[in-house]
Ligand binder design. Structure first.
Ligand SMILES: CC(C)(COP(=O)(O)OP(=O)(O)OC[C@H]1O[C@@H](n2cnc3c(N)ncnc32)[C@H](O)[C@@H]1OP(=O)(O)O)[C@@H](O)C(=O)NCCC(=O)NCCS
Length: 214
């Protein structure tokens, strides 16, 4: 079975009635998304990736996969500050991972500033980890700045633990903390699915109450 079909099949194996729909959805990142992604990237990272890096990753069939999280909204002039797709959807965040030597390396994750603190980052990361598990990656790894305690809390909640330090890793000289989550099967996956279910419920209730015209 092709990797994408295997992921889809594995993500759809939950039995029972279908969960209430979310107004958010994930899909593979496309070149047309890059301007929206870059707008979030520049406001999210002290050393943002250049646009060319995304174009290279999407255009050259590398071992990376990137996804965008988008929200369908009724068109409104109030949404001008957000990026629309076909006048209907806005990109709220994105993530990417490199699948190498059977490991999933979380290479990027970011949520639009106006939408942080509501569960979207956790939903993105947990979905990425489920995709990694469906691709039978035995572990997930990542780097994080020691100063980025918000991201560290997110990673710790999902089960990542500190596994080392890469000195002067970032362009501005800051070290990177290396984090790992393993094994990506068995009880770990059961736990991650429970966390994803919880955050999904939070997002359903968020979507029922949030005022998207903020
Ligand atoms: C890291 C990031 C993706 C998190 O996205 P988010 O949508 O704000 O995160 P969530 O709302 O899903 O929160 C997930 C967890 O992070 C922690 N967290 C999020 N915002 C927080 C805040 N303001 N203060 C303290 N902890 C916070 C909490 O542990 C939270 O879990 P909880 O709500 O169950 O307590 C987002 O802050 C971001 O885009 N940052 C800039 C880019 C970045 O640093 N990426 C990571 C690079 S390693």
């Amino acid at each position: 079975m092709a990797a994408q079909s295997r992921v889809k099949a594995n993500l759809q194996t939950t039995k029972g009635p279908p969960p209430p729909p979310l107004p958010f959805a994930l899909r593979p990142m496309q070149p047309d998304d890059i301007p929206a992604v870059m707008a979030i990237e520049r406001r999210s990272f002290p050393s943002p990736w250049p646009e060319a890096a995304y174009r290279y990753e999407l255009g050259n069939g590398t071992d990376s996969q990137f996804y965008v999280l988008y929200h369908l909204l009724p068109p409104s002039p109030m949404h001008n500050q957000l990026w629309r797709i076909k006048d209907q959807a806005v990109i709220l965040g994105y993530m990417g991972a490199r699948f190498h030597a059977r490991s999933a390396h979380v290479s990027t994750i970011a949520v639009h500033r106006d939408w942080r603190g509501q569960g979207l980052g956790k939903y993105l990361l947990l979905t990425l980890l489920e995709i990694a598990a469906a691709l039978q990656a035995p572990r997930a790894t990542l780097e994080v700045r020691p100063s980025n305690w918000i991201a560290q809390r997110l990673y710790a909640q999902c089960g990542f633990v500190h596994s080392g330090t890469e000195r002067f890793y970032y362009r501005d000289g800051e070290d990177a903390w290396l984090m790992v989550l393993e094994p990506l099967h068995g009880s770990t996956i059961t736990h991650l699915r429970m966390l994803r279910q919880q955050v999904r419920e939070r997002l359903v209730s968020l979507s029922a109450h949030c005022d998207v015209r903020r």
